[in-house]
Design a protein around this ligand. Structure first.
Ligand code: NI
Length: 182
């Protein structure tokens, strides 16, 4: 078990291309375990591998957010694809562990269906609504380098950059991680 450092904006690694997982082996299993530990340590709703410096196409979503039975720590999504988005939209503030303390309103599909591989190497599909659907869409964006800051206008973008820069200078960017960040 290890808690990994989270890559924060504007680190260019967040924009790197991701590669599909070729085989679920011990290395991938260890990475996923560390991602889950890191997500819980940061109170995140989800976490993508690219946020801990890995280019593998993987994300995890917190168990409760994913509607898993109690005791199941996280939904593991390997080589995920969104196969369906509902037409109905849902507005809400969204956070991201790579943008500590920043929340921006992002319209997302209220319902989303995901196809992914689990740690057992089997494909599965899952449909989410509300926060779960939002987490699916947010994490899938990470795998293509799309970030929260890309979803706001120029003024707000500059404000976010300044705020993160100030926080990094103060060295307090590890603090005050709110819920529902991924
Ligand atoms: Ni995120």
């Amino acid at each position: 078990m290890a808690i990994l450092p989270i890559v924060k904006y504007p680190d260019p690694r967040l924009r790197q291309p991701t590669v599909p997982v070729a085989r679920v082996d011990d290395e991938i299993r260890a990475l996923v375990r560390d991602m889950i530990d890191t997500m819980y340590a940061s109170n995140g709703a989800g976490l993508a591998a690219i946020q801990v410096g890995s280019d593998q196409r993987i994300f995890v979503i917190e168990g409760q957010v994913a509607g898993l039975p109690e005791g199941a720590p996280a939904l593991v999504c390997i080589n995920p694809e969104i196969v369906w988005l509902g037409a109905e939209l849902d507005g809400g503030d969204e956070g991201c562990l790579s943008f500590p303390g920043i929340f921006v309103p992002v319209k997302r599909a209220l319902r989303a269906r995901l196809r992914a591989m689990g740690l057992d190497g089997q494909l599965y599909e899952v449909e989410g609504e509300g926060l779960f659907a939002r987490a699916i869409q947010h994490e899938q964006d990470h795998l293509t380098g799309r970030l929260l800051i890309d979803m706001v206008g120029a003024l707000k973008r500059e404000m976010i950059k300044r705020k993160l820069k100030r926080a990094a200078e103060r060295g307090d960017d590890e603090d005050e991680v709110a819920e529902a960040e991924g």
